[in-house]
Write a protein that binds this ligand. Structure first.
Ligand code: GLN
Length: 191
């Protein structure tokens, strides 16, 4: 089993470290040929507008859409959640996504960079709370019928799962707690 980390922009190293702490083989993904070698893909935090532009330039956007449509497990954190969402509120003009997750996300929902915050979050399926690091984070504004809400903050979903897709508004990769990655690894294993 090999899990890729989309390495166009964002906190790629932190995700690689989290996955490696679980003993998982990882691969950084910049080309379609690298994507083809992955059984699952993590989409990091960073800047969704930049990442989606680079995905187009690197000719990765359609291959990403195809793999997600075909059932490849994917885990997006923060900007990665935005990339997996079917719909964006407050996106840049014409901002595209990979899509697949039947959710509407609101970009920068918790406010600006200075409104970034941390807090303990109860996550469904985990015994102990997760330390959630929110950095210019999105929240989920609407969920489709197949979307399971795993955690909420300020009355809005911040961790969701829909079949093979997992997304969090926060950054488990910077909290030196690999349990969310563990949930994803199990999803990839089960596939
Ligand atoms: N605000 C960023 C965006 O819209 C996401 C921030 C993050 O990933 N920490 O892409």
């Amino acid at each position: 089993m090999r899990i890729g980390v989309l390495a166009l922009q964002g906190d790629v190293r932190e995700h690689v470290a989290s996955l490696e702490s679980l003993g998982v083989e990882t691969l950084t993904v910049r080309r379609p040929s690298e994507l083809a070698q992955c059984d699952g893909l993590v989409i990091p935090g960073g800047e969704s507008t930049t990442m989606i532009k680079l995905a187009r330039i690197f000719e990765l956007l359609e291959p990403l859409r195809e793999r997600v449509r075909a059932g490849m497990p994917a885990f997006g954190t923060c900007a990665g959640m935005i990339l997996l969402a079917d719909r964006i509120v407050d996106g840049a003009e014409g901002q595209e996504t990979i899509g697949g997750l039947d959710i509407t996300v609101r970009r920068n929902a918790f406010g600006r960079q200075v409104d970034s915050f941390e807090g303990e979050l109860a996550v469904q399926g985990l015994d102990e709370p997760v330390h959630g690091v929110f950095i210019r984070a999105p929240w989920v504004e609407e969920t489709g019928p197949d979307v399971e809400v795993l955690a909420s903050s300020n009355g809005h979903p911040v961790a969701v799962r829909q079949g093979h897709l997992l997304a969090t508004s926060f950054h488990p990769e910077v909290a030196s707690d690999a349990r969310m990655h563990g949930v994803f690894v199990e999803m990839v294993r089960a596939q």
